[in-house]
Design a protein around this ligand. Structure first.
Ligand SMILES: NC(=O)c1ccc[n+]([C@@H]2O[C@H](COP(=O)([O-])OP(=O)(O)OC[C@H]3O[C@@H](n4cnc5c(N)ncnc54)[C@H](OP(=O)(O)O)[C@@H]3O)[C@@H](O)[C@H]2O)c1
Length: 292
């Protein structure tokens, strides 16, 4: 597989040199291919860190990167969960590391450790997140706890991750990618910690993208609608045939983690190198207006 890939690259490079010679001789237009790889081999040898990759859509992202030949480190707080995934996937390109992004002091050492382990990191996917249903008018006394907990992970944790990842890529001269997993909640006008945290993720994605674009680093976010996962006890047991939540999406169905992973991988591919600072909804046309 690797030999075919190398052969194809060599023959495409020879073709490119021929095209340039022809261009110098005859003039005209030369099309420079953005990627020499065929779509199923976009990430061969790429080193990817998926923060919050042990379940839900993070896990699907891990699986899809592995399928395309990447070397992946997935993290989460729960060691047992990470071990279970590693055993079930049994892929030598998959590594695990426990990491709690609420403990921001540990972020830099963890990334350094992954760097040492893989010899570099090209792509960061920040997928870790928690959800608590709690509006400001309810249970005022308990709200502070939820605020600190949710904001500590979804907002403060992701902020420190993004900042360190950006510094890392600049220092190592890597034209890498950072993809944050936000949410449709990041556009809704609701006063709860989860919504606030995702507004913050959207703003930091756009701001960081502007700062890092001159270094060839692309930062973007994906904002999913409802995807069944363990994040929300209200929908963790749903399957994709269950239409209990179809009312939230204009296409009347839940979103499959594969759909989210497909978009994340596209954003990390060569073809997406002009997509910068975008928060891309993948939400079945979520009925934002009706839920405000
Ligand atoms: N499911 C949805 O409908 C939906 C919709 C929009 C956006 N999102 C967003 O999508 C992302 C993934 O959610 P999901 O639905 O796939 O949920 P999930 O299955 O619960 O996955 C969350 C992942 O984040 C990890 N994690 C949680 N807190 C962490 C922390 N403090 N430090 C490090 N890792 C942590 C979890 O592992 P441990 O528990 O072991 O730490 C797990 O790997 C979240 O950011 C969420 O806000 C979800």
């Amino acid at each position: 597989m690797l030999m075919n890939f190398v052969k194809r690259k060599i023959s495409q490079s020879i073709q490119l040199i021929r095209d340039f010679r022809k261009f110098r001789r005859d003039g005209g237009v030369v099309y420079c291919p953005l990627t020499f790889c065929d779509p199923s081999m976009r990430f061969i040898g790429k080193k990817v860190l998926v923060v919050g990759g042990s379940s839900g859509m993070g896990l699907q992202i891990v699986k899809d990167f592995l399928e395309e030949g990447a070397i992946v480190v997935m993290t989460g707080r729960n060691k047992e969960k990470l071990n279970d995934v590693q055993n079930s996937l049994s892929n030598t390109n998959l590594h695990t590391m426990t990491m709690d992004i609420a403990d921001v002091e540990t972020i830099q050492p963890c990334i350094e450790k992954v760097n040492m382990q893989l010899g570099g990191i090209d792509i960061f996917v920040n997928c870790a997140g928690v959800l608590k249903h709690n509006k400001i008018s309810n249970k005022y006394g308990e709200e502070t706890f939820d605020y600190d907990y949710v904001m500590g992970i979804n907002h403060r944790g992701i902020y420190h991750l993004c900042k360190y990842e950006g510094d890392y890529l600049i220092k190592k001269h890597i034209k890498g990618r950072i993809v944050n997993i936000s949410s449709v909640a990041g556009e809704r006008l609701i006063c709860d910690p989860y919504t606030l945290s995702k507004w913050g993720v959207n703003v930091m994605t756009k701001g960081l993208a502007k700062q890092l674009a001159p270094y060839g680093i692309c930062v973007n976010a994906v904002a999913p609608g409802r995807v069944p996962s363990s994040i929300d006890q209200q929908h963790e047991n749903l399957n994709f045939e269950d239409n209990a939540f179809c009312g939230f999406h204009k296409n009347h169905r839940l979103i499959h983690p594969k759909e989210i992973a497909g978009l994340v991988l596209y954003l990390c591919s060569d073809l997406a190198s002009s997509i910068i600072g975008q928060v891309i909804g993948i939400d079945g046309g979520f009925k934002r207006d009706e839920l405000i």
